[in-house]
Design a protein around this ligand. Structure first.
Ligand code: SF4
Length: 230
C-alpha cells in the first residue's frame, strides 16, 4: 500500500463514526477540479507512511476510533488493498472505502468477501459528460456502470456522491444522473470548494439555493438526497 496521508482522527470522513482516514497515492482519473493534486499527479514527491506504523497506530487507537476511511487518490489501484483491508478488519475496526468506481473487478471482490462496511462511490457526472469531468478523452463509462449496478444489488451500505462544479454540471445532468441511479438509497451533492492543491484553477461553486433546486429535482428519483458541507 502506498499510504501518502494518515489522519488519525476525523469526524467527517466516516458517516456517524469517529474515524481515521488513510490517503493512497495515484489515480486513474484527472478530474480538473480534484483537490488532491499532489496525490494524483506527483505521488512520488509525498513522503509515504510506513504500513506497519499505520497498522500499529490503528491498533493502539481501537476503542477511541470506530472505523477507517480509505480514500485517495484511488484506493482500488493499490495491488495489496484487499489484504490491507483484511488486516484493518482483523483489528475490529469498520472500513469505509471511497472509490471512483473504475475498477469493478476489485470492487466486486471486496463486496463478495464483505470486506467493507460502507462504500462511497463518486458519480462524476451524467454519462454524456463523464469523460470531460474526469479529464479523459474518449472515456468508456462501462466500468462505472458496472460498479453502480454492483453496489445497487449488494447488501452493503453505500452512497453515491457528486462534487458539483458550476462549469461542469447543470440541471440536465442531474436529471440524467437521477434516471441512472434511480432507487439508490442515498445521494450526496458536495459543493465545489477551490483550494491551492486543485488540479486546474478557475472553477466555481453553485450558490446554496441552486444546489437546493438540484436536490429537489433528484428527490423524484432518490429518496434521500443531501447537500453536504454547507
Ligand atoms: S477527484 Fe478523485 S477520482 Fe478525480 S482525480 Fe482526484 S482523486 Fe482521482
Amino acid at each position: 500500500m502506498q499510504i501518502l496521508g494518515f489522519n488519525k482522527l476525523t469526524l467527517l470522513d466516516y458517516p456517524e463514526h469517529v474515524g481515521s482516514t488513510i490517503f493512497t497515492g495515484g489515480c486513474n482519473f484527472r478530474c480538473p477540479f480534484c483537490q488532491n493534486g499532489d496525490l494524483v499527479l506527483n505521488p512520488e514527491t509525498v513522503e509515504p507512511f510506513s504500513l506497519d506504523e499505520v497498522l500499529k497506530t490503528l491498533k493502539e487507537r481501537v476503542g477511541r476510533v470506530e472505523g477507517v476511511c480509505i480514500t485517495g487518490g484511488e484506493p482500488t489501484l493499490q495491488p495489496d488493498l484487499i489484504p490491507f483491508i483484511s488486516e484493518v478488519k482483523a483489528l475490529g475496526l469498520k472500513v469505509k472505502l471511497d472509490t471512483n468506481g473504475y475498477r469493478p473487478d476489485v470492487l466486486s471482490e471486496i463486496l463478495n468477501q464483505k470486506l467493507v462496511d460502507y462504500v462511497a462511490m463518486d458519480i462524476k457526472n451524467s454519462k454524456e459528460k463523464y469523460g470531460k469531468t474526469v479529464g479523459i478523452a474518449h472515456f468508456d463509462t462501462a466500468p462505472i456502470e458496472h460498479s453502480v449496478n454492483m453496489l445497487m444489488q449488494s447488501s452493503i451500505d453505500y452512497e453515491f456522491r457528486t462534487t458539483v462544479v458550476k462549469e461542469l454540471h447543470d440541471k440536465n445532468d442531474f436529471a440524467a444522473i437521477g434516471e441512472w441511479i434511480k432507487g439508490a438509497p442515498k445521494y450526496f451533492l458536495q459543493g465545489y470548494v477551490e483550494s491551492d492543491n486543485v488540479l486546474c484553477k478557475g472553477f466555481s461553486a453553485y450558490e446554496k439555493d441552486e444546489l437546493e433546486s438540484f436536490r429537489e429535482l433528484l428527490l423524484k428519483y432518490i429518496k434521500h438526497v443531501e447537500i453536504r458541507g454547507l
